[in-house]
Every structure is written in C-alpha cells, then in structure tokens.
Design a protein around this ligand. Structure first.
Ligand SMILES: [Zn+2]
Length: 253
C-alpha cells in the first residue's frame, strides 16, 4: 500500500485543491449514477478525482478547449470504478486526449504498445497499452443518462484490464478471488451473448460486447455502474465477480 510519504503527499494535494464545494456539487449533479453513493463515498470519490486531476495530463485537440468542469466530469466518472481500489490502479500512464467529436482511429498501428481496439459503438474512445486514453467529448457528454452506456467508464476500465498485460477481460484479481471461476463465468456469458448476436436476437447488452472478451468486460462494466439490475438479472455470476473486483455493489448501496 502507500508509503507514509505518499499519503502525506496525497493529503497535501487534496488540501491544496482550489476547486470549490459548489463546483464539485455541480459536477456530481450531472451524474445520476452517483446518486446511490453515501455522502462518505462521495467525499472519497471527490478526493480520488482531485488526485486524478493532479496526476493526469489532459489535452484537448482539434480545437477543443477543455475547461475545469469538463476535466472534473471525466475525472469523477473515471474514478468511480476505482472508488474502493485506489488511485494506484491508474498508475504508469498519464495522458488523456480529448477530441471534440468522434475521431478516426489510427488502426494501422497494431503492435503490443499500440492501439488495443477501436470503440465505434460508444461514440469514439481508445485506451492504449501503457499509453493515453483518448476520448471524444461528444461521447463523454452523452454518457450521463442511466442507459447503460458510459464512454468514460468503458475506456478507463480497459486500463484496469491492461494492468496485467494486454486487454483480455481478465484484470488483476484480488487475493482470494477465484481466477478459474472468473474465467469460466465470463467465458460462458460471452459465449451466450455471442450466440444471441449471431442468431440475430435483440439483446439488452450492446452487441459490441460480443466482439471480444476485452470489450465484454468494458461494456458489462458500463452496465454494472449504470444499470446494475441488468447485469444482475442477465449474468448474475458476472455481477458477483464485479462486486468482488470493484469492491462495491451498486444494487445495494
Ligand atoms: Zn473498448
């Protein structure tokens, strides 16, 4: 865990934050998925977001001017999955690049350090192994409604997945979690969705999740935080693994 020095440094960054309570309240009020959080959890999320904003470098491109509120909106959503994990889960990368709208992914660069995937179905985003997270502001701005789609969560949980190598739907699990059960249950759910999509059935879960296990993990995580009832009812075993992995249960909190 953190050294005393790191704890002291984090406390200093938080205490020196110049963002007002009203500014945070305004950002939180835009995000209905945070309504379930208790006030102590909201405070924790806000402190994580302050550390996130301190550690990460935001760049607006193609003429996009990123203001403080836009950065906060990204930071708060990015920090929800790590609420009970900690800021160190976003270590070893620092850059967030934001385009005004959907961008054309550079799909010619495919080695291990390159583009991991392209997310057309979520209005444009990418997460690079050991590299930046790239978002379209259009996609960020369309994420708040509780419809199970959330670009920010999607891209940042790819970063969690990549902590132990390439994105493959298998992030580093906590001590005591059953790796074999995770693999089995995710594979079974993935196969089920792929089967339904191939059969032309309409699915509650975005069919983009059926393209590969990494996308299944990211899309199901979006649904877990926005519409946990859907994951619980369709793939209950996956739901339980998420509760253990994210160390939060959006259905009961
Ligand atoms: Zn993706």
């Amino acid at each position: 865990m953190f050294s005393l020095f790191t704890k002291w440094r984090h406390a200093r960054i938080i205490s020196r934050s110049e963002t007002s309570n009203d500014q945070w309240l305004a950002v939180f009020s835009h995000l209905p998925m945070l309504d379930r959080l208790k006030s102590v959890e909201k405070g924790k999320l806000r402190r994580l977001a302050i550390l996130f904003l301190d550690e990460k470098e935001f760049t607006g491109v193609k003429g996009l001017q990123l203001n403080g509120e836009m950065r906060m909106l990204i930071a708060v959503q990015a920090c929800l999955p790590i609420l009970n994990l900690g800021i160190e889960w976003y270590r070893k990368w620092s850059s967030i690049i934001v385009y005004p709208d959907s961008f054309i992914p550079n799909n010619t660069y495919t080695d291990e350090a390159g583009v991991v995937h392209q997310d057309q179905s979520v209005l444009g985003g990418e997460a690079w192994l050991r590299g930046p997270v790239i978002l379209s502001w259009e996609g960020v701005a369309s994420s708040p409604p509780l419809d199970g789609n959330n670009l920010v969560i999607h891209e940042f949980v790819h970063k969690l997945d990549m902590l132990n190598g390439v994105a493959n739907g298998f992030p580093p699990l906590h001590k005591g979690m059953d790796k074999a059960a995770w693999s089995h249950d995710f594979q079974q759910a993935f196969n089920d969705l792929q089967h339904k999509v191939n059969a032309g059935e309409s699915t509650v879960i975005d069919k983009y999740a059926a393209t590969e296990p990494a996308e299944f993990f990211a899309v199901l995580s979006e649904v877990f935080f926005e519409r946990p009832d859907q994951v619980y009812s369709i793939y209950p075993a996956v739901f339980q693994h998420f509760v253990e992995f994210y160390r939060q249960n959006p259905l009961t909190e």
